[in-house]
Design a binder for this molecule. Structure first.
Ligand code: NAD
Length: 428
């Protein structure tokens, strides 16, 4: 996944350098923002169910907290690397800034494959992760959240460990908790819905009616499923989704000529967003190699799986019909592929804007948890819509005014906001 050719941290730094050049940022601020403020590496011993002890590696990176507590998920992935976590932490700083949230950016990870871990082994990893680092995170300094292959259960174990260690109820320590135990209604839907709110605004700008559009997705996990849910409500048709097949160690694309039916496909899907080939076949889906999600004759592509998925090697597969790409995943398009797509006039809603709905709702959850007062789902979703629409419009107006791509505009706005906060605090 993260070969040195696609080192996500190098890519994140290239994007930052470009924004810094556009802003004519001074050397000190550049150096500060090119690097994480702090990072933690640790070992997590786990007593495995077979009686052996296995040591996992865990990380937390706090990229910048000038605008507020660091915020960002914890992902469990067998190919996790510190450079992936650094890149994701930096992208979180820009994301919270572009959504104009009073937060900074952080990210965590553990090198592990939850598919092959029992619940008890996963619980030990979660509790161990918190024990290693609880002095340096918390509601007022750094607030974790779920990410790839972590969910509300992992967040709850982590919260429980943090509260045991500190002797206090502090539900604002972590977000993505189960509803009823400090979670916010609407959090599950927020990232995917946010992607589609951005798509809705972009389609207005491109003067295309959502009802007349088709889409293809990479990924069928949390982000993709809820993006598809709102897209269906907007009248759009999803022709293809791809996902990772754990047994075969490859990805597959699932296609239906008249459009996938979200409800039926969900029933054939495991909790990690993997679709059963057998069940999908029975439901009438055609199954192709995973990369085929890119070459569908659709209007919209939504990468919602992992970083570095649209590269210079496969960007040629993107069909001529594609008008819009909304990056549900973080860092799914390499800079060279991005260049090729721009040359083809494909309108790209960059990750830091397109998937900001997740952190926006996490912020709402933090606010509710700190108040110990919870909002109705409608209130959460309408606030989400307002925040996402306003972030989208500020980026698109800035892009038009300054003749920039949406990606450059989003980076310039956010780097400028963070640099200003660092200057105001007297850091640079
Ligand atoms: P998830 O674990 O729920 O789902 C991931 C999906 O991607 C699964 O369907 C999996 O099968 C698929 N996948 C993995 N590798 C693949 C491959 N090589 N080819 C095709 N499909 C593959 O994760 P998620 O929460 O939906 O997150 C997806 C992306 O969105 C990640 O990049 C994550 O960082 C980003 N993101 C998530 C949130 C959130 O709130 N969940 C917020 C912002 C950004």
């Amino acid at each position: 996944m993260n070969s040195s050719a696609y080192n996500p941290f190098q890519i994140a730094r290239q994007q930052f350098d470009h924004a810094a050049d556009l802003l004519d940022l001074d050397q000190g601020t550049r150096e500060l923002l090119r690097n994480p403020l702090r990072e933690y590496h640790f070992s997590l011993p786990v007593k495995m169910d077979d009686g052996s002890t296995k040591i996992f590696r865990g990380f937390r990176v706090q990229h910048n907290d000038a605008r507020g507590p660091s915020k960002g998920g914890i992902r469990f992935h067998p190919q996790e690397t510190i450079d992936t976590v650094r890149a994701l932490a930096m992208w979180m700083t820009w994301k919270t800034a572009v959504a104009d949230l009073p937060l900074g950016g952080g990210k965590g990870g553990v090198i592990c494959d939850p598919h092959s871990l029992s619940m008890s082994e996963q619980e030990q990893i979660c509790r161990g992760w918190v024990r290693r680092i609880f002095h340096d995170i918390g509601p007022k300094s750094d607030v974790p959240a779920p990410d790839v292959m972590t969910s509300s259960q992992q967040m709850l174990w982590m919260l429980d460990e943090f509260e045991s260690l500190t002797g206090q109820h502090q539900p604002g320590f972590i977000t993505g908790k189960p509803v009823g135990l400090g979670g916010s209604l609407g959090r599950r839907e927020a990232t995917g819905y946010g992607v589609m709110i951005a798509v809705r605004e972009a389609l207005k700008e491109l003067e295309i009616r959502p009802q007349n559009t088709t889409a293809s997705f990479q990924g069928f996990g949390n982000v993709a499923q809820y993006a598809i849910e709102l897209y269906e409500q907007m009248g759009g048709t999803t022709l293809c989704v791809s996902c990772w097949d754990q047994e075969d160690g490859v990805s597959y694309a699932f296609y239906k000529k008249d459009g996938i039916k979200l409800r039926e496909l969900r029933e054939a899907t495991d909790p990690f967003g993997g679709i059963s080939k057998g069940k999908a076949k029975d439901l009438g889906y055609e199954i192709y190699p995973g990369e085929d999600w890119l070459k569908q004759p659709v209007d919209i592509l939504i990468p919602a799986a992992l970083e570095n998925q649209i590269t210079e090697e496969n960007v040629g597969m993107v069909g001529e019909t594609v008008r819009l790409i909304a990056e549900g995943a973080n860092g799914p398009t390499t800079p060279r592929a991005d260049h090729v797509l721009r040359e083809k006039s494909v309108f790209i809603i960059p990750d830091l804007l397109a998937n900001a709905g997740g952190v926006t709702c996490s912020y709402f959850e933090q606010v509710q948890s700190n108040m110990n007062y919870y909002w109705e789902k409608e209130e959460v979703l309408s606030k989400l819509d307002m925040k996402m629409t306003s972030a989208y419009l500020s980026v698109s107006q800035f892009a038009l005014k300054n003749e920039l791509s949406m990606r450059d505009a989003a980076h310039v706005i956010s780097v400028d906001r963070v640099a200003q906060a660092c200057r105001d605090r007297g850091w640079v």
